[in-house]
Design a protein around this ligand. Structure first.
Ligand SMILES: C[S@@+](CC[C@H](N)C(=O)[O-])C[C@H]1O[C@@H](n2cnc3c(N)ncnc32)[C@H](O)[C@@H]1O
Length: 287
């Protein structure tokens, strides 16, 4: 590779960027990731690395850190959708229980939702008790978290928006949301570069900030400011993917307070075995 280039403006660097995109998309793990997201990581890595090969490797590593690490096996979206549909179409006296069982089984396949499973029965009722029933939600960097809808104190026909970087995951969620009794939409979105614009009562930013800050240290602060929500539910992991880590709780708590800075927002704090959660009252007014 020649001299580092600030942006892929020359045809040589544009060509390298195209080659990088093609190489990353060729692997089964990142085939469904938003192309613009890969391009933005790839452009940054091409600037920093000595060769195209190194930039491709570094891009794959970043994608693993922020997304791939949470999915241990190839997602079985067609089968999961079928399970959800069968549960939702079952007899009314057993439907709720069967839908919950299907959702639990599916959430086991994403590390972030899996570690929350033991807490589902009290997680949302504890955090959202003062503001239930919730009429509109945006779930930012959602992973499989929308499958927790049956445990959330939502109003009938609540609107539920979700976004993440995986197109196949968003397709699955779009097909599955109607079985969970909400109206809504899941969209592919890189929230580092495009903050969701929907105006809602509650925005979930669950365990997303540490992940986004690996690519942009100001991403969390920016999202807290720009998301149009009356309430933000912001959480941080207090156990790493590899196991418990001492000090995470204190570090994330002070980082969160630092991010809020002098914003005139009040907040409550909740500690669960694997998650530190803040309910922030921004008090915008949703429509
Ligand atoms: C730690 S997981 C949290 C998932 C979910 N919020 C939860 O707590 O169950 C982080 C999620 O962020 C997504 N992600 C990473 N970078 C993103 C970006 N720039 N824009 C949108 N989503 C992103 C990943 O694909 C992954 O699903």
């Amino acid at each position: 590779m020649g001299a580092p280039c600030g942006c892929p403006s020359s045809s040589a660097s544009q060509q390298q960027l195209n080659q990088l995109l093609e190489a990353v998309l060729a692997g089964s793990k990142y085939r469904h990731v938003d192309k613009d997201f890969i391009l933005s990581i790839g452009a940054s890595e091409l600037r920093k690395r000595r060769s195209l090969k190194e930039a491709i490797k570094a891009t794959r590593n970043k994608l693993h850190q922020v997304g791939g690490a949470y999915q241990q096996a190839v997602p079985q979206y067609a089968r999961w959708l079928d399970e959800l549909r069968q549960a939702a179409e079952s007899r009314s006296d057993e439907r709720d229980e069967l839908v919950r069982t299907a959702c639990r089984d599916i959430m086991r396949h994403h590390a972030s939702t899996r570690e929350r499973l033991p807490e589902l029965d009290r997680f949302y009722n504890t955090i959202l008790s003062d503001i239930a029933p919730v009429h509109s939600v945006i779930d930012v960097a959602c992973g499989l978290h929308p499958l927790a809808i049956p445990w959330m104190p939502l109003a009938a026909n609540a609107r539920y928006y979700a976004c993440d970087i995986y197109q196949d995951m968003m397709d699955f969620l779009n097909a599955g949301l109607p079985y969970l009794g909400v109206q809504g939409e899941a969209q592919v979105c890189d929230v580092i570069h495009a903050c969701p614009t929907q105006r809602v009562e509650v925005a979930f930013l669950l365990k997303a900030i540490p992940c986004l800050e690996q690519l942009d240290p100001l991403a969390g602060r920016r999202l807290l400011e720009t998301i149009h929500a009356d309430h933000l539910v912001v959480s941080f992991p207090v156990a790493s993917l590899g196991g418990r880590s001492k000090g995470m709780l204190m570090n994330y708590e002070s980082h969160f307070v630092d991010m809020l800075g002098d914003k005139p927002w009040s907040f409550e704090r909740f500690v669960f075995p694997t998650e530190l959660v803040f309910l922030v009252r921004k008090q915008e007014h949703s429509t």
